[in-house]
Design a protein around this ligand. Sequence first.
Ligand SMILES: [Zn+2]
Length: 300
Amino acid sequence: MFGRLILAAAVASAATAGFAAPERGLKAVPTSFEPIKQACGERDGWSDPAPPSHVFGNVYMVGTCGITSLLITTPKGHFLIDGATDEAAEGIAENIRKLGFDPKDVRYLLATHEHLDHAGGLAKLKQITGAKFATREAARLGMESGLPLADDPQHGIHPAFPGVKADVIIGDEQTLRIGKQTITAIATPGHSPGGTSYTWKSCEGKICRQIVYADSLNAVSADAYRFSDHPDYVATLRRSMARIEAIKNCEIMISPHPFQSEFFERLAGEKPLVDPARCRTYVAAARKRLDDRLIKEAGN
Ligand SMILES: [Zn+2]
């Protein structure tokens, strides 16, 4: 019944908004929206509004010009990964509506990591959607307090974001399911202690692709923090890099900061959306940044 309601809503909205006909009731290709790359232009602020975009199959980008937020739809309810900032939350909900879906059908909210640019909008989105927020235990305190914890390299440099209470704790390699759609969490701490990546399969007709939403892996910190003073933490970050690098079948890789995976260029068709080398090149850039940082610290 629930699935039929969504199907009816999607079809009705597609008819009125001038979308291409939805495939299997899930794919309302947003042909009427300006391409996100063009719409954002030079704007890349965390809260800069962007139009929604179809990514692949049942996956949509509903975030801002500077921050990725992914909607994964199913006839039985949806997943939403990342909420950008508190200021961006209403726009994310509006983007879901513009696609012909109801924010109240989001059943699970997830996040890559406990920083204000990716988790700041989750509290408001939880209110709007009524969804359950699922997070790893390592991220829970940061998510609920809205502040990077003491062992976070960025501790002390961000203002608090509205904390979001965890409803479900997910472990490494644990899977969440809505109907036939599963999403698997991969613990990738390092950029933050609670960093989490996600992978799942989405299909468009008979073509199925493995999607990897890889968390930030960059060594960014408060001014006084020295990565070289925290060898265990650096080892953790390197392990996370190795895990993303080792993912077999990394067909469509997406990053929380769109520019780090040329996401908008790929959505615009200027670069291939399906690019099995992306997990490796993403890690190579992050690893170089960490190595450069350690060399710099050694010289000071
Ligand atoms: Zn961050």
